[in-house]
Design a protein around this ligand. Structure first.
Ligand code: IPE
Ligand code: IPE
Ligand code: MG
Length: 251
């Protein structure tokens, strides 16, 4: 058993051990396909396991009082995958949202989808509207699901919005600043992530929250997403607590 797993099992109330829980954690839950392959199973089984795992981690983060949790569920580049896999992912997302409030029962989680919702299947669009409305008055953890999300697309969209305002004389070029730009991103109103976790051993950002992660602390693990449990998140938070965030200044 790894040290952190042992630590977590022993001291079940690990939340009390944290000195500073990040306000916002972003997660790239990668490795579903490899998890399935290792077991000789179809990739879609890995996606099913991965989808189920999200709820466990949401409940844990909610317990330890993380305020914002942002999951990368489907990227603007994931459409390149075989149609059968894309369809399976869309169905799992639909199922996830349909069962979300029941399975997250009592955790007071508010769900918000970030990304190009217009490009999603009709059924999924309707479900997004329903679940956002249904959980809209919850004041616990805010769960952002990045769906058909790509940072480059998001930033280009922001540039177009700003250009439109300038063209219509509603905004002067001199007034374009960081807060104007942030206000046009899908994440408007959401503070930048403090900690970004990517699983499966890949150490890249894959078009995720490029603007928002300018000063985010990064943490990587070799664990494949369906194998990730509370102890991995605890390990990431403990590593985060030791970081010295300088933002270009001096500590
Ligand atoms: C992450 O798992 C889930 C999505 C991208 C939707 P992958 O499907 O990327 O799994 P690997 O990287 O192929 O193992
Ligand atoms: C990033 O994983 C997207 C999601 C987890 C939804 P990918 O598996 O798509 O990323 P790359 O292709 O390895 O960079
Ligand atoms: Mg992957």
């Amino acid at each position: 058993m790894r040290f952190f797993e042992r630590f977590f099992t022993k001291k079940n109330k690990i939340s009390k051990e944290f000195k500073a829980v990040p306000n916002h954690i972003a997660i790239i839950p990668d490795g579903n396909g490899r998890w399935a392959k290792k077991r000789g199973l179809p990739r879609n089984i890995g996606h099913r396991e991965g989808s189920m795992n999200i709820k466990k981690i949401v409940i844990y983060c909610s317990k330890i009082k993380v305020k914002y949790l942002t999951f990368y569920a489907f990227s603007t580049e994931n459409w390149k995958r075989p149609q059968g896999e894309v369809d399976a992912l869309m169905n799992l997302l639909l199922e996830f949202l349909r069962n979300a409030e029941k399975e997250l029962d009592g955790s007071n989680v508010r769900i918000k989808v970030i990304g190009d919702v217009a490009g999603l299947p009709e059924e999924l669009k309707k479900e997004i509207i329903r679940v956002e409305k249904y959980t809209g008055s919850n004041d616990g953890l805010i769960l952002n699901i990045a769906l058909n999300y790509g940072s480059r697309f998001e930033m280009l969209h922001a540039v177009k919005e700003i250009s439109k305002k300038v063209k219509e004389n509603k905004l002067s070029i001199n007034d374009i600043d960081e807060s104007q730009f942030e206000g046009c991103l899908y994440t408007a109103g959401i503070p930048d992530p403090d900690l970004l976790i990517r699983t499966s051993g890949e150490q890249r950002i894959s078009n995720y929250l490029l603007w928002q992660c300018a000063y985010t602390e990064l943490w990587f693990t070799d664990a494949l997403w369906p194998d990730v449990n509370e102890s991995h998140i605890a390990e990431a938070i403990m590593a985060y607590e030791k970081r010295n965030r300088r933002y270009g200044g001096l500590s």
